[in-house]
Structures are given as C-alpha cells and as structure tokens.
Design a protein around this ligand. Structure first.
Ligand code: MD3
Ligand code: FE
Length: 213
C-alpha cells in the first residue's frame, strides 16, 4: 500500500495521497471517463424533497447511487436511459486494491461533475450495505474546498482537494459528515469545459463474505 498522510479531522481514518495521480494519469482517466459517459450521460438528480442537486452525476460499475422523490439508493440502471451503468475502468479497480487493500473490488463508482457554483451540503454516506468498507475518492480538475466534520453542529475542518489527490475514508472517518463548500474555478484546465470531476469508489451492495464480515 502506498504511503499516505493521515488528516486530523477529529475522527481517525481520513487518508490522503496528495498528487496520487500524475498529470498524464489524470488526463487518461478524464478521457476514459468522458468516453464512457456518452452511454451514461451526466444528469441532475433531485433530493427526496424535490430540490435539484447543483452537481451533475452518473455512475460506472454494477451499481450506481441515485436520488429522487423515492429517496436515496443504489440501482443497476441509469434513471433516465434505463440502461445498465457502463463498466468501471480497470485502472480504478486497481487503484482501489492498491490503496485500500480491501479484499473485494468496488461495485460502484459515482461520478460527480461540479461546474460554476455547484456544491454539496454536509452529509454522511450511509446508503451502502457494509459501512465498514472504505470509500476511495479521486479528484480531477479544479480544486475543491472539502469540509469534514466529526459530528452534527460542528463546523469541522476545510481541506483543499486538488487535481490528482486521492483520499480514502476508513474506520471511524467513514461515517464523518462531509461536503464540498465550493470549487476554485479556473484552478485547473484538465476538464474540457472546466470544473471538477470527483470519482467515488465504493462497496455498495452486500459483500461476498471475503472480508470475513
Ligand atoms: C468522507 N462526494 O459523493 S469526495 C459523495 O467531492 C461525496 O464529490 C464529494 O461526498 C465530492 O458522497 C466528496 C470525498 C469523500 C467521499 C466519501 C466520504 C469524503 C468522505 C465518505 C465518508 C467521509
Ligand atoms: Fe459523500
């Protein structure tokens, strides 16, 4: 497993690999992801209360995270096209194994596109079957001001996530409240049309038991 920095958030387990991907690796990933998104177009989900997200989303892999009037969940198909999500690039599956050491491959990769004033409010990720499995996040394009807070009512700490940075949320930090305060527009030219893409790899469905849980 490659060396990481442990970020102090008040909860153990926030691992950061600054510059975890080289510039050519970042460009290659953006190209691959952009290509597969032609069959799974980015769309704007709505919250269960009916408010549109400012972030546009799509998914890769067997399961994808969706939100609509019916709630938050993982499902195998794109909510607008009805088609199965496209496969996850092999490179992402390898990164997951190298950096998390988790015995099962990721079964979901959420693609978030932030442009302009897009942001994401503080939330917990708890729609996955096994909350002990890590989450791996890859930042591409413009720098984000990421916020992580150990508990409700706590402002927490802002951490900048730049293009090529990778973070893993493991252990107690897996259930930290987190969000994206804002994007520093123009801080990177990596994404055609500008903005930031975040790839979040997860174990969404029930495990096969390989982890012993
Ligand atoms: C901390 N995405 O998709 S990634 C999300 O940049 C999400 O698009 C943000 O939060 C983004 O749910 C943040 C970093 C991240 C991802 C998952 C986490 C941080 C996390 C899960 C637990 C704690
Ligand atoms: Fe999240």
């Amino acid at each position: 497993m490659r060396r990481f920095h442990e970020i102090d958030t008040g909860m153990a387990g926030f691992r950061l690999w600054p510059g975890g991907l080289s510039t050519p690796e970042q460009a290659g990933l953006v190209e691959q992801v952009t290509a597969v998104l032609e069959t799974a177009p980015l769309y704007r989900p709505v919250t269960p209360g009916g408010r549109p997200f400012s972030v546009r989303m799509s998914n890769l892999g067997p399961l994808g995270w969706v939100s609509d009037r019916g709630g938050y969940r993982y499902q195998a198909t794109h909510p607008e096209t009805g088609a199965a999500w496209p496969p996850m690039p092999e490179r992402l599956i390898d990164l997951w194994g190298d950096l998390t050491g988790w015995p099962e491959p990721p079964d979901a990769c959420l693609v978030n596109l932030y442009r302009g004033e897009a942001r994401m409010g503080l939330h917990q990720d708890r729609d996955e079957a096994d909350l002990t499995a890590p989450v791996l996040s890859i930042s591409l394009g413009d720098t984000a001001v990421f916020r992580v807070a150990p508990a409700e009512g706590v402002r927490g700490r802002a951490v900048k996530l730049a293009s090529g940075d990778i973070c893993a949320l493991t252990g107690p930090a897996r259930l930290a409240r987190h969000g994206i305060d804002r994007i520093l527009a123009g801080s990177s030219g990596l994404i055609p049309g500008g903005g930031r893409i975040n790839l979040t790899l997860r174990r969404a469905g029930p495990g096969t038991g390989a982890s012993g849980s």
